[in-house]
Ligand binder design. Sequence first.
Ligand code: ATP
Ligand code: MG
Length: 596
Amino acid sequence: MASPPDQEPTGKTSNFLRAVIDRDLDNGTYTQRQWGGSPGDAAHHQAGEPDPARIRTRFPPEPNGYLHVGHAKSICLNFGLARDYGGVCHMRFDDTNPEKEEVEYVDAIKDAVRWLGFGWEANGTSHLYQASDYFDFMYRAGEYLIEAGHAYVDEQTPEEMRVNRGDFGKAGTDSPFRSRSIDENLRRFREMRDGQLEDGKAVLRAKIDMASPNINMRDPTIYRIKHAEHHNTGNKWCIYPMYTFAHPIEDALENITHSICTLEFEDQRPFYDWLLDRLAEGGLVNTPHPRQYEFARLNLTYVITSKRKLKQLVDQGHVAGWDDPRMPTIVGLRRRGYTPESLQLFCERIGVTKSDTWIDYSTLEIALRDDLDPKAARAMAVLDPVKLVVTNWDEVMGAGHLEPCSAPVHPHLPDLGRRAFMFGRELWIERTDYEETPPKGFFRLFPGNKVRMKYGYVVECVGASRDASGAIVEVQARLVPDTKSGTPGADAVKVKGNITWVGVADAVNAQVRLYDRLFAVAQPDTGEKDFLEELNPNSLKVVTAYVEPSLGNAKGDQRFQFERHGYFVADRKDHAGEAGKAVFNRVAGLKDSFGR
Ligand code: ATP
Ligand code: MG
């Protein structure tokens, strides 16, 4: 059967990046390129073997926070393309900025990528790199640009530099330092490196075109002085490369073919190419050099994806930590109950485009349901319990009798077996399953109505007792004998309502955390209000629930569908199972309730 036009033979939906890769593979753009077995300069790679990777991509986070759902998109994209095309995706820590990085984040980032289902081992090599290992080369590239007449040390004040850069309507003005001799530039750059100048006293700039319509090409700064200790290189350096200079070099040293980034870097692409073309002319980097491609970042409704702002939520105590289940961090989504498969499915479905849009949060929940529905074990749980007393139980069944009942663990997976629980005189039911005067279309418990207690017996509601304030404290019903599910008499009485319940005798007491969206507005942080004012005050409701006995054995991270309620996970930190406290988080409801 022929594939539909937008499908590749792999079954993956095509997109502009796949089109670019297909074209490069057809044209053999990178087939002649050698790989030196590790990152390195042109000579290193040219002494190597033909590159065993058909393409090379990279995921280059700055280790300054925990990864979030936006990063998941980038991870699925970069690692996914490498996997699908017989390539390799490098895990690279972009740690060129001293001070800001913390080693704690490095481990968390590696965990997140692995948990999502990806790895950086390929062809017997671990492709785990850190950009700060390339500082020596970057410095050498700086000197090379000076020697080739493509860079100069500028000693204007930051204010003069800003004014002389011009703006969209006005060409820039050449710095008086722009025409310095090569020797003087080299001497000054070495003095910068040797710590003879204070922070902010000089920068190294590429010499391109101060009249360029693209302001990024008006002699961009490529090195600055910063007397700061770096977590990897210590005090070896007091000058550090700018991101726009470092990133193309990192890509080139690693033999990256397709360097995929978000749209805000589109205006940097001419400099990316300019720089690598110059370094290739000088024989410093392997050719053909990598190319940059931009895609639209993920914007998800009710969610903020800025590491800085997420850090603020944590630091100011608006959430319980980076892994609070309301956080859009990967650790938060994991603790909330999202699966790696559901996040991969989500990323696959949203695709990649070049236009900025907002993805509805329900898309994420739908992916979760689609992943869990076919595999999650079912269970009954009563989240807002009120007691139902079967008044004729002792008379019909015998005092103290408990009747064993069972249900399939999963309706479509008989191999998973059955769960067992007891029917008795007292059951827990949902408070909302009783109405004294039923509204139209209400088929559950009201005086005179018969319902089936799911997997158990049919009962006929008698009434309810209330406390002094009028709140219902107990509902009463009479057993209709010989109607147990699965017995010949089960179909003798026709009922419209089917009610979930848990036996008082064998129920497990559980804390259930009902999470709602963290922000009250769909596009937080886009209007005039501070994003902290848009927090949803009701994003967490904790209830004491009763769950069926099979959940007493749940392990942390195990996911369930609570019948009628949605998907829940045993909290990976607080759930203690068996003897200890049972704690479940709601991942998502059964139906879309987010867009209410
Ligand atoms: P933040 O602003 O949250 O700190 P960042 O872009 O600075 O994000 P990095 O650690 O530099 O974070 O990002 C690593 C990679 O993840 C980059 O390639 C970046 O393009 C990508 N990325 C970050 N946020 C998103 C997003 N919302 N959607 C898609 N990709 C993203
Ligand atoms: Mg960043």
